[in-house]
Design a protein around this ligand. Sequence first.
Ligand SMILES: Cc1ncc(COP(=O)(O)O)c(C=O)c1O
Length: 385
Amino acid sequence: MEDKPISKQEILKELDNLQSMDLKYSDGRILGSMCTEAHPFAKEIYFKFLDSNLGDPGLFKGTKKTEDMVIEDIGRLLSADKVFGNMVTGGTEANIMAIRAARNYARKYKGIKNGEIIIPESAHFSFKKAADMMDLKIIEAELNEDYKINVESIKYNISDNTIAIVAIAGTTELGLIDPIEEISQISLENNIFFHVDAAFGGFSIPFLKNCGYDFPEFDFSLPGVCSITVDPHKMGLAPIPAGCILFRKKEYLDVMAIDSPYLTIKSQSTIVGTRLGAASAATYGIMKYLGKEGYTKLAKELMYNTYFFKSGLEKIGYIVIAEPELNIVAFNHPKIETHELADILKSYGWRVSVASCPLSIRVVLMNHIKKKHLNELLTDLKEIF
Ligand SMILES: Cc1ncc(COP(=O)(O)O)c(C=O)c1O
């Protein structure tokens, strides 16, 4: 920090310079991000609520209501009349909360001390963070040839120490949906906490289903599902940081409650203390503004772009890894090694991400990637071929 204050003008000039180093979603060159530019109306609301602290909700009763209404509304989208949960910073924190609830529940009611969690090989790395923080053992269940979790592998790995099973509705790398109905059944039969990570898919599967997409059940309609992660800051067009963790029973929040003596509430179940109310208010506002109609339109458009890109790739001769279920396409060149292809694309100005399972270039067809960008990308890919 400087000794003397610096003028606003000078600071803004420096910040503008720094910001000019950032990539802009609107350039359509960011191909591997699951986040996108927030809706302008959501940004407007965000600034109004910047000072609201959800960690002390007695002081910010109105903002707290926006959180409660978002959780309730998303719960209904996910087939539950009543759910219990919080708005958090994103999928990572939501997944950590789910695992913490499962761990505490198993410790309290089953006396499990050395817990294990079964996750698919395709799971987001946030579960590894959760396991590391809580000293849990991770067991990775194998994937089938279609890159979805192998149900037999889950059954094989269940032990007396299993505290949670995790499945994904919209995998990070390929956007695929695990066989959640079967896993729900297994969880019920074995009395094990079952968490569904729908950080990516939660804001599109329900809307696509409503307009005829044939997806299997993945939400609270399945009796074994205990908790679901959904991220409004991914497909919900809400500003970062907006994630949600939803629990079927209040007890799952209660087993994580820690006394919070100096605040306006008696206890907190969230990991974070001071929590941004702005993301919650903005999520509430944008959900009302777009409604089911707006989100259905968005999800459908992104799926059209997905199919357009996939067929464009195949026409040129690239190998598409899996039939897309959501708006992600992963592909390889028949001869050029994946990292080399990523470097070539980078030299053309594209920011791609490389998926690990299987090794491939992964494009997430978010709202900032328009048809014209896809045409430009396909032209470059054709030239590279
Ligand atoms: C399926 C899934 N879960 C969790 C996360 C973590 O979300 P965040 O980066 O918002 O913490 C991601 C991120 O891409 C994801 O794809």
